[in-house]
Design a protein around this ligand. Structure first.
Ligand SMILES: CC(C)(COP(=O)(O)OP(=O)(O)OC[C@H]1O[C@@H](n2cnc3c(N)ncnc32)[C@H](O)[C@@H]1OP(=O)(O)O)[C@@H](O)C(=O)NCCC(=O)NCCS
Length: 174
């Protein structure tokens, strides 16, 4: 099997042709990779990670600094927290249609959790949050340890303090 790696966008530096070949089935997520991923990296708004096989992009996700309001937070995330609550934002996560259902999305999510834990060594962050584009996709995150906001059901969060069990489940360790 060809080598699949998760690397920062700037380490692969994909051409426009390589970016345009990516199709996760959602036009907005496809277009973001073609038009805005590089710009957001360059401006420091996000770090984009690519899951690639040779030079083919099979998946991508982005991380940014973020916050969640106490009103939006789950009970665990909101306990003894400031308002707003510091968080790591999982901006987007998508897998090419040809590779969906083969655990690549879970692998990237596990990678995002690890990066969030590393970030937490330097900057306080209570949770990893994601704003899902559709109701359907919330199931993907709920099955992987995320809980929905009590007032915004498409916003889900994973408390980072006790995340090792989730990480082991995603990576098949433990
Ligand atoms: C959602 C997505 C990232 C999952 O990646 P993946 O590599 O297919 O996921 P995995 O193989 O790790 O896991 C598959 C699981 O995801 C679920 N899943 C896949 N696509 C889904 C969707 N659109 N909605 C809900 N669940 C979905 C599958 O049912 C499967 O569930 P199971 O583990 O209970 O069998 C991917 O399918 C995708 O890119 N979809 C289109 C883009 C999108 O909607 N992204 C989310 C934006 S917030």
């Amino acid at each position: 099997m060809a080598d699949q790696r998760i690397v920062r966008y700037d380490r692969l530096d994909p051409s426009k042709t390589e970016r345009k070949a990516f199709d996760c089935g959602d036009q907005e997520l496809n277009a973001w990779l073609v038009r805005y991923a590089r710009q957001n990296m360059d401006e420091g708004n996000a770090v984009v990670y690519l899951l690639s096989e040779d030079r083919r992009i099979l998946g991508y996700y982005s991380l940014s600094a973020g916050t969640v309001s106490r009103a939006d937070a789950t009970a665990i995330v909101g306990r003894q927290a400031p308002d707003p609550i510091p968080a790591v934002l999982l901006g987007r996560l998508a897998v090419d249609r040809s590779a969906q259902g083969r655990t690549l999305g879970s692998r990237m999510l596990g990678h995002a959790v690890r990066q969030s834990l590393a970030t937490r060594e330097v900057i306080g962050a209570r949770c990893l949050i994601v704003h899902c584009l559709t109701d359907d996709v919330t199931r993907f995150y709920k099955d992987r340890g995320f809980d929905p906001s009590p007032i915004s059901p498409r916003t889900l969060m994973l408390p980072l303090a006790d995340v090792v069990a989730t990480l082991n489940a995603l990576t098949g360790e433990g």
